[in-house]
Every structure is written in C-alpha cells, then in structure tokens.
Design a binder for this molecule. Structure first.
Ligand code: NAD
Length: 352
C-alpha cells in the first residue's frame, strides 16, 4: 500500500497533537519522521509512533520538553535532553551549534538523555544546509543491548549511529554519510518482521549465536543480536560511539548498571565545523567536485542497477520518487499505526 506524503504527515501530526505536543513540536517531529520515510528510512518514519505511544504511557517520553543548555564554554555546548522528543532536541541543539560554529569556527556539542533522536542524517542535513561540516557519534540507552561485538555472540551495544555531512556544491548534493553501526538498524528488523519478510543475507545472530536472515529473532524473548557491519571495523566504530557519546555527553554508556526500561534514550556528541575558518570556499567546492567526478568515473559493472553513488544520493533519489508516488508501507505496519492512533483518540476521519 502506498501512502502520500501529505497523509503520512497528517496522521503523524494528529497523533502527536493528540498525545500532548503543541503545534511547534508536532510540526518538527512529524516533519522529521515524514522525511525519514521519504528518504527510504522507514525504520525512523511514521511507524515509530507505535513505540512512542508506549513510551508516553510509561512516562519515558515527555512532550513539550525542550533541551536545556547546561554548559556553555565558547566552542563547547552541552545540552540535557530531559527525555523530550529527540527530534526536537536534535534540531534545537544543532541550530545553536551552527550559530556558535559561525562565530568560533567550530562548535562541539553534546545532548544527554533525550528520547529517540530519530534519523541522525537529519542533523547532518541541517548543518550542511547552513554551509557547515558536521560529525556525529550517538549511543543508545535504556532499550537493552542489541548489537554483538565482533567475535561475541551476546549483544553489548546499541545500534549506535555515526554520521558525517558536508555541504553541497553547484554540481553535487550534500555528502550525508549516516548509518547504524549494525549491518541494519533495529527499526529495519521491525519493518521486515511486520511485513513477514526475511533479509537477503544474515544480519543477525539467533540466541545460539548462529547468523540468521529471520528478523523475528529480534522481536522475541530472549532476543538475538544484530551483527556489527564490517567485522572488527564496524564493531570498533560502534564501541567508539558508545565511549564518545556516552561519556562526553554525561549521559553514560550502556554498561550493565544502567537501567534497561525498554524505551530508546539517545546521547549524542557532535562537531559542527565552519569550513570558511580553515579554507577558501571556492577552492573547497572545486575540490569536492573534482573528487566526486573522479570517484564516480570508476566504471560500474552494472551501472543501471548499481551505479556509483555518493553518500546522501540514494536518499535524494528516493525522496524524489516517494514524493511523487507515495511511500510503500506494509499492511501489517499500517494496521499497527491506525490502531495506535485510534487508541490515542485521533479522529478516525484523519486516518482515511
Ligand atoms: P543504511 O544501511 O541504509 O546506510 C545509509 C547510508 O549509506 C547513507 O549515508 C546512504 O547515503 C549511504 N548509502 C546507501 N546506499 C549507498 C550506495 N549504494 N552507494 C553509496 N552510499 C550509499 O542505513 P542504516 O544503517 O539502516 O541506518 C538508517 C538510519 O537509522 C540512519 O539514518 C541512522 O541515523 C538511523 N539510526 C538511528 C538510531 C538512533 O538511535 N537514533 C540508531 C540506529 C540508526
């Protein structure tokens, strides 16, 4: 079933206002989630309301709660997320970090203890749109561990995303490298599980530690574990996110004394850099174009199905396609979304 971007926004926005968010927050969060769907990351789109409803009921997600600035040391900004919507905390903290980087050349900023930050590339896009370069390390707390370390069989990490963004040029869109350090994000196992699909290759370990393509191992107790990408390298980056985001934000790592109450709590340590503080912008843009031309000139054996793309390009292609044709959402997932909205008291006419 395909759903238009207008319908996805309307339903998400209605859920958010019905469950306590004011208009400003409902717009920010619904826009973030719609853009995740449009970019092809359904794991962070409208389907997340089926989890947020539970967090709201359990007092683990606080509507209308902005992040608070707890430390301001020139080029360092430290925010407390107060279990508010992470999409709001991420947007507001990134906006302040961009302004500070324009003054000082660089701003390192952290956010501790917000609810789910959503798609981290959103903040990379925000920085890149302001002409900035940004780097983001994120860890995931409270949900329970999901990712096994290289050579381990039990989970010890969250899906700890990493993002690096650079601004666009006249020729190329912005470079947005943004991924979970597990082979797939946890939300992608939810989407596949609800659609009754298996992955093409093993991306998880079952409870006996055997690689499997079956997403249901992540949605039963005891739970299996996601595999980190690229063996020891992805496992190492996942571990780095844990240390960088958990420690520098003050929010903590996922070591076993921390609570595991089932909601997603994120911490982020990020850097916004004004390239104008380091280099001539004309020269930078020429160099980006020359390098992108060079990389893309590498002959692709299957250019129609598998062209050489730069990070951020698949999302731009999918956004154009999905904006025009709508977003494919499985019947299982849409049923869960409708039930969540009706249970929350959303007017049924909004869901038609
Ligand atoms: P993914 O595996 O789809 O990788 C996406 C990245 O790879 C993007 O930068 C994309 O442009 C690039 N890419 C994809 N195909 C490409 C190709 N053919 N050529 C060149 N580049 C290509 O993403 P994922 O790991 O499934 O993560 C999905 C989202 O989940 C991310 O936005 C991430 O921030 C988010 N996430 C959030 C949390 C959280 O706790 N908030 C946790 C994990 C993941």
């Amino acid at each position: 079933m395909r759903h238009s971007k207008e319908q996805i926004y309307k339903v998400t926005h209605a859920f958010l206002t019905q469950t306590g968010s004011d208009e400003y927050e409902a717009h920010l969060v619904a826009d973030h989630m719609l853009n995740a769907n449009l970019r092809g990351h359904d794991s962070h789109g409208i389907g997340m309301i089926t989890m947020y409803t539970d967090y709201l009921k359990r007092g683990q997600l606080h509507p209308n709660t902005p992040p608070t600035l707890v430390k301001d040391k020139g080029s360092i900004l430290q925010f407390q997320g107060n279990l508010g919507y992470g999409q709001r905390a991420g947007y507001e903290a990134t906006a302040q970090a961009i302004a500070r980087a324009k003054e000082n050349g660089i701003c390192m900023y952290t956010i501790a203890n917000c609810c789910h930050l959503g798609r981290i590339g959103t903040y990379g896009e925000q920085a890149a749109a302001a002409g900035m370069i940004s780097v983001h390390f994120v860890n995931v707390q409270n949900f329970g561990t999901l990712v096994a370390p290289y050579c381990g069989s039990e989970a010890r990490f969250g899906t700890n995303p990493f993002c690096l963004a650079m601004p666009k040029t006249d020729k190329y869109g912005s470079f947005i490298l943004d991924f979970a350090t597990s082979i797939v994000a946890m939300g992608k196992t939810r989407v596949a599980h609800l659609a009754g699909k298996h992955f093409d290759e093993p991306v998880m370990l079952d409870t006996a530690g055997h690689p499997t393509t079956d997403p249901s191992v992540m949605w039963q107790e005891p739970r299996g574990a996601l595999m980190a990408f690229a063996k020891h390298k992805g496992s190492g980056l996942c571990w780095a996110c844990e240390l960088m985001a958990g420690i520098l934000s003050g929010g903590g790592t996922i070591e076993p004394s921390r609570p595991r109450d089932g909601s997603i709590v994120n911490n982020m340590t990020a850097f916004v850099i004004d390239p104008a503080a380091l280099t001539n912008l004309e020269w930078m843009r020429r160099e980006i174009d020359a390098m992108n031309d060079y990389v893309k000139s590498s002959p692709a054996p299957d250019p129609v199905n598998h062209p050489v793309l730069m990070p951020g390009e698949p999302e731009r292609i999918r956004t154009a396609d999905r904006s025009a044709k709508g977003v494919e959402i499985s019947e299982g997932e849409w049923r869960a979304i409708v039930k969540t909205c009706l249970d929350a008291g959303v007017d049924p006419s909004v869901l038609e």
